[in-house]
Every structure is written in C-alpha cells, then in structure tokens.
Write a protein that binds this ligand. Structure first.
Ligand SMILES: Cc1cc2nc3c(=O)[nH]c(=O)nc-3n(C[C@H](O)[C@H](O)[C@H](O)COP(=O)(O)OP(=O)(O)OC[C@H]3O[C@@H](n4cnc5c(N)ncnc54)[C@H](O)[C@@H]3O)c2cc1C
Length: 311
C-alpha cells in the first residue's frame, strides 16, 4: 500500500515511521528545505537558534520509549528536569525519525485529487505524484489545521472537527551578544509582551559563544502585532526585552520570525481524523494539544488506524 504524507513535522514523521516500519511505501512531502516543522533550528553563520519549540516532554509510554532511544543515540539530550531537547539542534529527532524514509522537500502541496485508481498530489506547477508513479491509496495531512482545511476541501472532504482547532501565533526574537548577558538558562513570564527567554547555549551541543538568546512574545502581543514586518516586530520586542531584563548592550545580531500557527489553544479533541470513503486522514498537534508529544501521538494513532483499515 502506498501512502502520501503532507508535512514532515513530528506528526507526519511519526506516522511515516510507523507505516514504513509496517512495510508500507511512504512518501512525505514538505514545503520547507528541512525536516521537523516547528521543531526548528535557524542557523546564521556559526550561530544557531532553536526559534520554535523550546523543549519537549515525554509523559506517555510510547513517546517516552522513542525519546529514550534518541537520548541513547545522541539525537536528544536533557535540558532541565523532565525537559528534553534535540541535539545538536531541535531538528535532530526529526532527522532520526526520517532515516530511510522517502522525503520530498521544497514541495508545497496545493491540491489533492482523488480518482478510483489513487490520489494525485499537486503543487502550484501541477502534479508532483500521480497514480502512474505513486498509486497512493491514502493521503495523510500532517500540517496545522488552518493549512489542512483547504487541502481537504480540494479533495472534497469536510473535516468539521478540524475547524474547531485554534492556534495562537508567536513572534520569536533571535538575539546574539558577544558578551554573556548573565540571564538564566530559561525564564517564563506570565504577563507583558514577552512570555519566554532562553539561552540557547545552555542546551547540550550548542556553541557557547556568542551568547544566543531566543525570546518569544506572548500570544496576546503576537496577535496584536501579527502583521508587522519582521524588522518592526524585532525593534519593538527588543525594546521590551531591554526593559524586562535590564540588558542594555546592543545585540550583535537580531532578527524576528513570525510563527503564524504556533501553539494550539483549542484542540480538535480527537487523536486524528480519518475519512474512510476517500482514505484521507489528518493528524497534528491541533488534534490533542500544543506539544511535540501530542503531534507524535496523533501521527502514530492515525498510522495505526490506516494499518487496521487496510485497502
Ligand atoms: C514558538 C513555539 C514554541 C513552542 N514551544 C514548545 C515547547 O516548548 N514544547 C512543546 O512540546 N511544543 C512546543 N511548541 C509546539 C510544537 O512545536 C508543535 O506542537 C509540534 O512541533 C507540531 O508538530 P506537527 O507535526 O503537528 O506540525 P509542524 O511541526 O507544524 O509540521 C507541519 C509541517 O508541514 C509542512 N507544511 C505545511 N503546509 C504544507 C504544504 N501545503 N505542503 C507541504 N508541506 C507543508 C510545514 O513546512 C511543516 O514542516 C512550540 C511551537 C512554537 C512555534
């Protein structure tokens, strides 16, 4: 059975891994150049910033076993109690999961067409996989719900629960200082424009110099300032950072990144969605909650459903 997966984040890769390990032919498509989705590390010259997910927890037995494997193989490390990080960057676990899988990067899927002999996957230039070269019996949407909705609609599938999922955006400010700032390894802030500051270098495998920081704006601030340019958002967040921390040195590097769909505020409340008539499934953190582990669990659960369904 051939299966196409759209999205090479934790959910898509967890689904792909389970399906491939069960002997299915899996092809994963992702619009980015790399793997991991919001488990991301941006590299600028010799600097690295984990500007998406900061760490992950592993509370359930299934994910715990996988994380223990990553830790044993050096793909993940402990940061603080109960909190793990990819090593040497946040994308390392994704690359470990993807080993041996067929992943097509830099491919933004825009449409799905279903015919009796299988699915056709299209990007803006036309088909990237057709029944002739793929004969996909199933397609898995493993992208944030607002991005999955138009893809499901293009296949004439209505997933009502998907419409319930709500994401908060997040502006991330990436800073580097030549001198140590004296800030703690990580700090959460309940009020104000900034919700989180982390010293990237305090994670295993990151270069200690320069001092790289990742600052996350709160959901409220990010929503209110969603349409600023990265330059404007960066300047404003830097002013809030200076006021909050008292660090008055000008950073040697500063840039801002907008995550339009960052953290799930309202999940769909089902581990995955699956349309038996068409063979279209959907998974992701938006099913269960704003965590890497939720994305993993959702992807694995959908893969198990597809394997049980057969076809
Ligand atoms: C700022 C921030 C901080 C976070 N902090 C934490 C944290 O501390 N702990 C934690 O557990 N979680 C955290 N999260 C949440 C965590 O990153 C996510 O829950 C998890 O990574 C989601 O995985 P996913 O596979 O569902 O989606 P994603 O990681 O978003 O993967 C979806 C993939 O689909 C691709 N894609 C989208 N549309 C298309 C298309 N049309 N065609 C092809 N490919 C497409 C994307 O490029 C992406 O690679 C954070 C997220 C952000 C943004």
């Amino acid at each position: 059975m051939a299966i196409a997966i759209i999205g090479a984040g934790m959910a898509g890769l967890a689904a792909g891994r389970k399906l491939a390990d069960a002997g299915q032919a899996v092809t994963i498509f992702d619009k980015s150049r790399g793997l991991g989705g919001r488990m991301a590390t941006r590299r600028v010259d010799a600097m690295a910033f984990d500007h998406g997910a900061q760490y992950f927890t592993a509370k359930g037995a299934a994910f715990r076993a996988v994380v223990d494997g990553w830790r044993a193989q050096g793909h993940a490390a402990d940061w603080f109690e109960g909190a793990h990080v990819g090593a040497p960057g946040m994308t390392a676990p994704a690359r470990a999961l993807a080993q041996g899988l067929d992943v097509v990067t830099s491919c933004q899927v825009s449409d799905l067409h279903r015919a009796p002999d299988g699915w056709t996957i299209l990007d803006k230039d036309g088909p990237v996989a057709t029944p002739g070269n793929g004969a996909f019996a199933h397609v898995v949407l493993a992208v944030p719900a607002p991005q999955a909705l138009p893809l499901a609609a293009s296949a004439d599938v209505a997933f009502e629960a998907m419409e319930r999922a709500v994401y908060a955006p997040c502006w991330a400010l990436l800073l580097a200082f030549a001198q140590p700032t004296g800030l703690p390894d990580h700090a959460k802030h309940e009020r104000g424009a900034i919700s989180w500051i982390a010293r990237n270098a305090s994670k295993l495998g990151r270069a200690p110099q320069p001092e790289t920081l990742v600052v996350h704006a709160s959901p409220d601030w990010s929503r209110q300032h969603l349409e600023l340019t990265p330059e404007e958002a960066g300047e404003r967040l830097l002013a809030h950072f200076t006021e909050l921390t008292g660090v008055r040195d000008r950073p040697d590097y500063a840039s801002a990144h907008r995550w339009r769909f960052a953290l799930v505020e309202t999940p769909a409340g089902a581990p995955f969605l699956f349309d038996e008539d068409s063979g279209l499934g959907a998974c992701g953190d938006w099913c269960l909650g704003p965590r890497v582990e939720a994305a993993f669990d959702s992807g694995e659960a959908l893969a198990a459903r597809i394997l049980a369904f057969g076809r």
